[in-house]
Design a protein around this ligand. Structure first.
Ligand SMILES: [Zn+2]
Length: 286
């Protein structure tokens, strides 16, 4: 069950959330998009998925705040964060509205239908508007181009999908992902405005939970493998040993996660890949 969130909500003096109107199992209440600043030109962080109703919500938010959109920043390439760019460009009557993100690593062109025409930012860049200074943080792991933003005036972090307001996040590279969680934790943020779900008030505690959750899994996997050190394990072997009570519909996701853990442990030299088998499998380093 997810917490109910209103479509429009003022969260602080300088942060206003507009829901992307795209709720679902992967997007929770829908993608959170944030208008940031205090003046009559604000920065929009993420643009939703391109749902018609979202454009109406954004119009209403701009009326309520008496503002227009200065520019858009996209936290990462996933459609639920950039699919609404074209709609926002049309609604602001500014086809040249600046839309920025971090480039893909390795670089690749962004699909035009998702917005395209991006300006590329770098880690450490500052983006400012009246009442708000945002510092770009490259936080890969969920995706290779993922960005979080430090809102300096509040010491708060807009975390994109690196940290969610509810449940844990998915990732495509666990090693990068863990490092990104630690990058955010090192800032000791006062609050997290996540890409999905409610505002995280105990930001440091929540980040530590995320980190311990993954470290705990890693230890479980290693000790399962050490119990029979000469045996090779596929991700699904380990899921059946370690994830003893998950519902059937989550098994696939668990296999993907375990696969990521095994790749990380291999990169760290703690286990070795067994090239002999038909399927990908790993065993302890003897
Ligand atoms: Zn997302």
């Amino acid at each position: 069950m997810t917490t109910n969130l209103p479509k429009l909500q003022c969260l602080s003096e300088r942060v206003f959330r507009v829901l992307g109107c795209n709720p679902g199992p992967a997007t929770l209440q829908g993608t959170n998009t944030y208008l940031v600043g205090t003046g009559n030109r604000r920065i929009l962080i993420d643009a939703g998925e391109g749902v018609l109703q979202y454009k109406d919500c954004m119009k209403q938010a701009c009326l309520q705040l008496n503002c227009t959109i200065q520019e858009i920043i996209i936290t990462h390439w996933h459609l639920d964060h950039c699919g609404g760019v074209a709609d926002i460009r049309r609604f602001t009557n500014s086809l040249n509205l600046k839309v920025s993100k971090l480039p893909r690593v390795p670089f690749q062109e962004e699909p035009v239908e998702y917005g395209g025409g991006y300006t590329f930012l770098s880690h450490g860049d500052l983006i400012t508007t009246e009442g708000a200074t945002l510092r770009v943080l490259h936080t890969p792991g969920h995706t290779d181009d993922h960005m979080a933003l430090l809102l300096e005036e509040e010491g708060a972090v807009l975390s994109g999908d690196c940290v969610l307001g509810e449940t844990t996040a998915v990732f495509e590279n666990l090693r990068d992902y863990m490092n990104s969680l630690k990058t955010i934790l090192n800032l000791a943020p006062s609050l997290i405005y996540p890409g999905h779900g409610p505002v995280v008030k105990d930001a440091v505690g929540w980040l530590k939970n995320y980190i311990t959750h993954r470290e705990h899994r890693e230890m479980q996997l290693l000790s399962a493998m050490q119990a029979e050190p000469s045996r090779s394990y596929t991700p699904s072997d380990l899921v059946s040993i370690v994830y003893t009570d998950i519902p059937n519909n989550l098994v696939k996701l668990a296999i993907v996660n375990v696969h990521q853990h095994l790749k990380k442990l291999e990169e760290e030299g703690k286990i070795v890949k067994d090239e002999g088998g038909k399927q990908e499998q790993w065993r302890c380093r003897l």
